[in-house]
Design a protein around this ligand. Structure first.
Ligand code: PLP
Length: 379
């Protein structure tokens, strides 16, 4: 089945009680039982909700997975994955990744005795070099937020298999339209469904997709025991978002390509981070594991002062200055003070995330208007 058909039909069954083509929003906390234990598979909505189950089936379908699980946010999905581990276990994570993931690992789970090694994953040798007998998991993000670095998922999977580690890939930036990590050997895919899956900046949600029954059972147990489940209305919104993922992504990619080239040719722009440039260090791997290059990018200015970056950030009229990404509308963001402020400045700069870096989430408006807006803002 091709992508568009899959995104529209994945997990979609008419509602069994009414034939409604889309699952109703089951806004209920509990389900009545005929006698204790005599129920239709639904007891209490933290454990089971038909709208959530419909979405979870769609999650599985869009990542070619057997199982999908929905969470109240992307970080709640990440939190559930790390709860598979025990004190003393070690995780290898990317040095350059979403600031909220770094915060959860280094400020919350480190207190519970889990050790995280942050390495540059553009070279998988860096991962192999820190594996030891306590290592249990590799946490990869590719492309990375916000520097668009690429990790080779198949090569990471080879290391994971050799040492019996769980390979988790945060696939938020690529979306299942561009990349399917399970097909490349990953064990668990994580998404902030807040971004491209929801696609309309109107919901916070997280997703996990996977094939292994035992891991799924453990994660389902964590989902219901810890309780970070999304409500049915939010599940409905993400289900609806997924139906148009391919149409939106196609335009995100087209606009992204045009804007990346516009920025690269702009005399006031120093460097553009976008993995679709042939001279991007991860281009060959990106081309191998992604279908296109998406609408996320970052850039720096020749006048590399924070003031100059702030001037551009507050001068756009169509690009809204806001955190988040992946919605239909274009957003501009200052990672150092916004999405990645929780990473210590020294760490950030060491990884190339400078004070003046500007990140764009290119939306699906008309590219000419977006280019005109950036042009007047950069000046
Ligand atoms: C936003 C984001 C997250 C966190 O998801 P939330 O839905 O905000 O909790 C994780 N990873 C990446 C790459 C993100 O962009």
């Amino acid at each position: 089945m091709k992508l568009g058909t899959k995104f529209i039909h994945a997990g979609a069954e008419p509602d069994p009680s009414t034939g409604a083509i889309w699952p109703p929003i089951y806004q209920t906390s509990t389900f009545v039982q005929a006698a204790p234990g005599d129920h239709k598979g639904y007891e209490y909505a933290r454990s089971q909700n038909p709208t959530r189950f419909a979405l979870e089936a769609a999650f599985a379908g869009i990542e070619n997975a057997r199982f999908g699980l929905a969470f109240g946010s992307g970080v709640a999905a990440t939190d559930a994955v790390i709860k598979l581990l025990q004190p003393g276990d070690e995780v290898i994570a990317g040095a350059d990744m979403y600031g909220g993931t770094y915060r959860l690992f280094s400020k919350v789970f480190a207190r519970f005795g889990i050790t995280f090694h942050y390495v540059d994953m553009t070279n998988v040798q860096n991962v192999a070099a820190v594996v030891n007998e306590k290592t249990k998991m590799i946490w990869a993000e590719t492309p990375t937020n916000p520097l668009m670095n690429i990790a080779d998922i198949e090569a990471l999977s080879a290391i994971a298999k050799q040492h019996k580690l769980i390979l988790v890939v945060d696939n938020t930036f690529a979306s299942p339209y561009l990349q399917n990590p399970l097909d490349l050997g990953a064990d668990i895919v994580m998404h902030s469904a807040t971004k491209y899956l929801g696609g309309h900046s109107d919901v916070i949600q997280g997703a996990l997709m996977l094939n292994d029954q035992q891991l799924r059972d453990e994660l389902y147990f964590i989902q219901k025991s810890c309780g970070a489940v999304p409500g049915p209305m939010d599940c409905f919104l993400v289900l609806r978002g997924i139906k148009t993922l391919h149409v939106r992504m196609q335009r995100h990619c087209e606009n992204g390509r045009q804007i990346a080239h516009f920025l690269r040719n702009h005399p006031a722009v120093e460097k553009v981070y976008w993995c679709g440039f042939e001279d991007h260090p991860g281009y060959a791997i990106a081309k191998k594991q992604m279908r296109d290059f998406g609408g996320m990018m970052s850039f720096t200015l020749k006048d590399d002062s924070v003031e100059n970056a702030r001037r551009v950030l507050s001068s756009t009229k169509l690009f809204a200055l806001a955190e988040s990404l992946g919605g239909v509308e274009s957003l501009i963001n200052h990672p150092a003070s916004m999405t990645h402020a929780s990473i210590p400045r020294e760490e950030r700069i060491k990884n190339g995330l400078t004070d003046s870096l500007i990140r764009l989430s290119v939306g699906i408006e008309d590219a000419d208007d977006l280019i005109e807006d950036l042009n007047q803002a950069i000046g």
